[in-house]
Design a protein around this ligand. Sequence first.
Ligand SMILES: Nc1ncnc2c1ncn2[C@@H]1O[C@H](COP(=O)(O)OP(=O)(O)OP(=O)(O)O)[C@@H](O)[C@H]1O
Length: 260
Amino acid sequence: MSEPLAAAPARTAFSVQDLHVYYGNFHALKGITLDIPARSVTALIGPSGCGKSTFLRTLNRMNDLVSGFRMTGKVLLDGVDVYGPDLDVIDLRTRVGMVFQRPNPFPMSIFDNVAYGPRLHGIKSRSRLMEIVERSLTAAALWDEVRDRLHHSALGLSGGQQQRLCIARALAVEPEVLLMDEPASALDPAATARIEDLIHSLKERYTIVIVTHNMQQAARVSDQTAFFLSGELVECGPTRTLFTRPRDRRTEDYVTGRFG
Ligand SMILES: Nc1ncnc2c1ncn2[C@@H]1O[C@H](COP(=O)(O)OP(=O)(O)OP(=O)(O)O)[C@@H](O)[C@H]1O
């Protein structure tokens, strides 16, 4: 009998090596080395101010315009240096989309919100845009709820629907990675559950990195979890292991609610 084939190792999407980030004199991230596997969910957890959002925003260069921001180390996406001189930031942000804590639909129709990115990329054909809008809203589990009111204002949707619309808007430009900064923290439990289900279905096609304060949420949605503390990465590993058999005492204290 032949040996069963071992599962192929997951491709690495981001490889972060010895990343230091400063805001002026403040040392916000201290030597972070972390791989983010493709087509899986990585959760970033840790107490307020530990650097989770800073880390997330460094992945698609959202910190570039923050005054005093400086970084050293390497952030590679598919082996390419995200901070390299030849990198096109617009192209990077197309490949690496972002969803924020508060749903932030544009004050325009549902259709126009989703078509916004594709139009910026030069797509004008109404039928092509309709195809993209339907595909993106379907992927964001919103199509059935809005198909009859695509030309109504996005601001008339509930908070949970608005957040799924923002996810559809991010998906419309066909990113590879979705960065989510506490995407459900402004939502009620039912809307949160829908976002979590959505994250679960999206990881078949997308690499997802999510910041969350909610440890149950990290445990429910993620494959690997990284625990940050005071700008350091204390520990990163398979989510189940990190929550049940953490290597570091500080991780254990945090996940068992002894501090933070
Ligand atoms: N633009 C900025 N200028 C100066 N300091 C900043 C800036 N942004 C963040 N910081 C500081 O960097 C540290 C990390 O902040 P960051 O927002 O990354 O933490 P976080 O873990 O995401 O926190 P939270 O969970 O509260 O959102 C904090 O001490 C914060 O005050």
